[in-house]
Design a binder for this molecule. Structure first.
Ligand SMILES: Nc1ncnc2c1ncn2[C@@H]1O[C@H](COP(=O)(O)OP(=O)(O)OP(=O)(O)O)[C@@H](O)[C@H]1O
Length: 289
């Protein structure tokens, strides 16, 4: 069964057309990453899927239901970008409080372990660091053992170790058949974790596919070298999708062999050829758009 179905959703805020017809669906057990530059429409899409905002037009279903009805909401968990925590509660008290809100909540210790909170269980929420606050937000988002978990830029402010531990917990959650919808600006995380990526820009889904397929289709091959070559000559190379000249010449191309043959006609040094990363593919897509 489809966990989430979004059909031609549009959203206006006054004159701002934040979403211009977004369509997508997620299966149970799937991890889908939303990528896109600031202001692209990722958070708006998430808030509509959560039933926090109504779409201006189009439909959203969670397990076949309107996300605003309590039966649907009980199956959703969310870790949003800004979430206020009760400053004078201890971490363990906040977790206990949230557990009581749900009919089939996870065991207390399991939540504390998932979010790596045991060591700071007695701290006041108001005294937590940025990364610790994010970990507590994660704990609160999984308290109700949701079937769909929304993570909006979850690793902002987390240090490298917290981030790695966090993604391990998310992987475990996925292995229990949960659906995860996430947004992140760390594209290597989206690449490592997600089954499917949607690139959103200007309120529309512009590319959709597995990270691997997107890298192959859009990223192509990166060729770097030193040497005096005019930018226009680089732009005219076969299959070029993007050119950077910043100390070193950098060309992204879908026809690497043909482009290389032409580049080697010039007097160049320090040649490097590699497959583009998801981040590079993303930059190519949004630059074109
Ligand atoms: N409540 C609101 N009132 C007016 N405009 C809004 C409102 N919420 C969002 N917008 C606008 O809608 C567009 C999409 O915003 P949204 O927050 O969904 O982007 P985003 O992709 O999540 O960006 P970021 O990566 O910065 O979080 C932006 O132009 C934003 O300014």
């Amino acid at each position: 069964m489809k966990a989430i179905e979004v059909e031609n959703v549009k959203k206006h805020f006054g004159n701002v057309e934040a979403l211009k017809g977004v369509t997508f669906s997620a299966q149970q057990g799937e991890v889908v990453a939303f990528l896109g530059p600031n202001g692209a429409g990722k958070t708006t899409t998430i808030s509509i899927m959560l039933g926090m905002r109504a779409p201006s037009s189009g439909t959203v279903k969670v397990f076949g239901m309107n996300p605003r009805i309590p039966k649907a909401r009980a199956r959703l968990g969310a870790m949003l970008q800004e979430s206020d925590l009760p400053a004078t509660l201890k971490v363990k008290e906040a977790v206990e409080l949230f557990r009581r809100l749900y009919p089939r909540s996870l065991p207390f210790q399991q939540i504390m372990d998932m979010a790596d909170l045991t060591e700071i269980a007695d701290r006041l929420c108001g005294n937590l660091s940025g990364g610790q606050r994010r970990r507590l937000s994660f704990a609160l988002s999984v308290c109700g053992n949701p079937d769909v978990l929304f993570l909006d830029e979850p690793t902002v402010a987390m240090d490298v170790q917290s981030r790695a531990a966090f993604w391990d917990s998310v992987r475990k959650f996925k292995s229990e058949g949960k659906t995860i919808i996430l947004t992140t600006h760390h594209l290597e995380e989206a690449d490592a974790l997600s089954d499917r990526v949607l690139v959103i820009d200007h309120g529309k889904v512009i590319v959709e596919g597995t990270p691997r397929a997107i890298k192959e289709q859009v990223g192509g091959t990166r060729i770097r070298f030193h040497g005096q070559v005019q930018e226009q000559q680089l732009q005219n190379l076969p299959g070029v999708t993007r050119v950077n000249i910043n100390g070193v010449n950098e060309v992204y191309t879908r026809a690497p062999e043909a482009a290389l043959r032409e580049i080697l006609q010039h007097d160049i040094t320090d040649l490097e050829v590699s497959k583009a990363s998801l981040e590079e593919a993303f930059l190519n897509i949004t630059a074109r758009n």
